[in-house]
Write a protein that binds this ligand. Structure first.
Ligand code: PMV
Length: 300
């Protein structure tokens, strides 16, 4: 049997904008999707035991099968020549916005490689997971699979002409507490990404202006993280949420949770990931603040 894991993530700056070449900042979280892969007699049989939003696994089932097909091809395997039983679990919940699809793709790719005794570098696993991610996100930036593969806090910029993406590690003085709030709503990342692309095409001037601000925010965010100015990081996250509202990827529930977090004293809060449901995150750099904000979100 082959085993593999991939990290979940929160995007601190730049979701959606990264798809179009704007830099973003992503942090892996200490939760993983885990896979066990064993050869089978026939077909691709998935047992998905991840905890998650109601309906997440069912809603993503077709995209999941397509992603495995794409993954096998990217590994140089003809899908019709192999059959696997795949078990999926781990402590990363299947909530939209936490990179659960990318984490599972990395986990499965590692599991398949181990089962078939193939030695794949992390770079190759990342490449394979990117191909798989296309089934879920249509035209993904690659930020999710990168965080899922390497972990840590990363600066990511997609290369828009097909060359290697820029991936740089960001060091911070010490780890920091955050909150992740889930709306419990399953979101369709592909539809969200396509919606932004379409509105951008229709309103180039408005969107160019917003995208320039998103770029400036990513650079400012990186600087603030590197000097550990958490007040500043939080302000910039609030600003980032406003930009995400402007490109119409937030929702009533996300705005509500962001608002609660800000009112409870979070340094900053924003939706994280594709939006339209899914999750938000708040910067709550002490355990007390973290618990206060979490309790308020849970109450709501
Ligand atoms: O919602 P998630 O966890 O799939 O994150 C999507 C992040 C986007 O920036 C919206 C898409 C992408 O590929 O970067």
């Amino acid at each position: 049997m082959g085993k593999g894991s991939g990290f979940g993530k929160v995007i601190l700056f730049g979701e959606h904008f990264v798809v179009h070449g704007v830099p973003g900042i992503v942090s892996a979280i200490d939760a993983t999707a885990d896979a066990e892969v064993a050869r089978a007699a026939k077909g691709i049989n998935i047992k998905d035991e991840r905890k998650g939003s109601k309906g997440y696994a069912e809603e993503k089932r077709l995209q999941q099968l397509e992603s495995i097909d794409r993954m096998l091809k990217a590994m140089g395997i003809k899908p019709e020549t192999v059959a696997f039983n795949i078990w999926l679990g781990g402590n990363l919940p299947g909530f939209s916005g936490l990179g659960a699809s990318a984490a599972s793709s990395v986990a499965i790719a590692r599991g398949v490689a181990e089962e078939l005794e193939m030695t794949l570098s992390s770079e190759k696993i990342n490449e394979v997971a990117y191909e798989a991610e296309k089934a879920y996100a249509g035209n993904p930036s690659g930020i999710d699979n990168t965080a899922a593969t390497y972990g840590g806090l990363l600066w990511f910029k997609k290369n828009m002409t097909g060359g290697a993406n820029t991936i740089e590690r960001i060091s911070i003085r010490k780890p920091v507490e955050i909150i992740i709030g889930s709306t419990g709503k399953v979101a369709n990342t592909k539809a969200m990404v396509e919606g932004v692309a379409e509105r951008k095409r229709k309103n180039p001037q408005k969107y160019d202006y917003i995208f320039k601000q998103a770029e400036a925010l990513a650079y400012a965010g990186r600087k603030a993280l590197e000097v550990y100015d958490l007040k500043k990081v939080g302000e910039l996250m609030n600003e980032n949420h406003r930009l995400l509202q402007e490109i119409e990827v937030s929702s009533r529930e996300l705005d509500l949770l962001v608002d609660i977090a800000q009112k409870q004293g979070a340094f900053g809060a924003k939706l994280t990931g594709g939006g339209g449901g899914g999750c938000m995150t708040a910067l709550t750099p002490t355990r007390t603040l973290q618990e206060k904000v979490a309790a308020a979100i849970e109450r709501e």
